[in-house]
Design a binder for this molecule. Structure first.
Ligand code: NAI
Length: 246
């Protein structure tokens, strides 16, 4: 059991990569706090995890909303007493070519993907410091490293997450907290289901391993960075992308 007696908050864990991580963490003996906007799916998935013998609780949250995040942190601290691991996984896309991108879609993506990560980290930082061996995992993206056509807002938000990750690795290292990012390439989830088949074929051609990733591929990286196996790793961006050449 790689996360025995640990408590992890995973945002965006009602679906996709976050859900795969919640399942993996629970199997490794972790108390999993599933925090997501999607209340019905999140509550159902948490129940399914409990039915399978895992320790999981669901909390509804909008990570872009400061009050909502603060309320989540208060409830989690009251009901679980502490947090050892924070996975800032919640994220959205509102893709558009730059020439057509609206201010609203630019701002919305920054609110969730960037400001949401800031809110959650600040809210759980005292608990992570108290744990004495905290881990923060931020979800970036290949887009944040290389850019991507149609993703001005998304690439900007994920590049900023990488900047925050490296800054926090320096700021929190002395407090016993490791801060790292995972940068998935193309992973098969709801987020990428809407990409047209023609574009998918073009993207696939850029991946030396010749396939898109599965949610579990990215969740494996979260698990590694949450476990003791990564205790001397701090400030990295772990690419999970099959070697994509964007
Ligand atoms: P998904 O769309 O399957 O799941 C995202 C989850 O986040 C959903 O359950 C949604 O309800 C939740 N969420 C969205 N906004 C929220 C908010 N304001 N507050 C709380 N929860 C919120 O997406 P997927 O693919 O699992 O993505 C997870 C992370 O991985 C995201 O940060 C995404 O940007 C990143 N990523 C995904 C890639 C992919 O190819 N799927 C590639 C690179 C990065």
């Amino acid at each position: 059991m790689r996360l025995k007696n640990k408590t992890a908050v995973i945002t965006g864990s009602a679906n996709g990569i976050g859900l795969a991580a919640a399942k993996k963490f629970a199997r490794e003996g972790c108390r999993v706090i599933m925090a997501d906007f999607d209340e019905s799916k999140g509550a159902t998935e948490a129940q399914a995890l409990r039915d399978a013998g895992g320790n999981a609780s669901f909390y509804q949250v909008d990570t872009a909303d400061r009050e909502s995040v603060n309320t989540l942190a208060e409830k989690v601290m009251k009901e679980h007493g502490g947090v050892d691991i924070l996975v800032n996984n919640a994220g959205i896309t509102r893709d558009s070519l730059m020439s057509k991108l609206t201010v609203e879609d630019f701002q919305k993506v920054l609110d969730v993907n960037l400001t949401g990560v800031f809110h959650c980290t600040q809210a759980f930082l005292p608990a992570l410091v108290k744990s004495g061996k905290g881990k923060i995992i931020n979800t970036a993206s290949a887009s944040g490293l290389f850019g991507n056509v149609g993703q001005t807002n998304y690439a900007a938000s994920k590049a900023a997450v990488i900047g925050m990750t490296k800054t926090w690795a320096k700021e929190f290292g002395s407090k016993g907290i490791n801060v790292n990012a995972v940068a998935p390439g193309v992973i098969e989830t709801e987020m990428t289901a809407k990409i047209p088949d023609k574009v998918k074929a073009q993207m696939n051609a850029l991946i030396p391993l010749g396939r898109f990733g599965k949610a579990e591929d990215a969740a494996n990286a979260y698990l590694f960075l949450a476990s003791e196996e990564s205790d001397y790793i701090n400030g990295i961006v772990l690419q999970v992308d099959g070697g994509i050449m964007m």
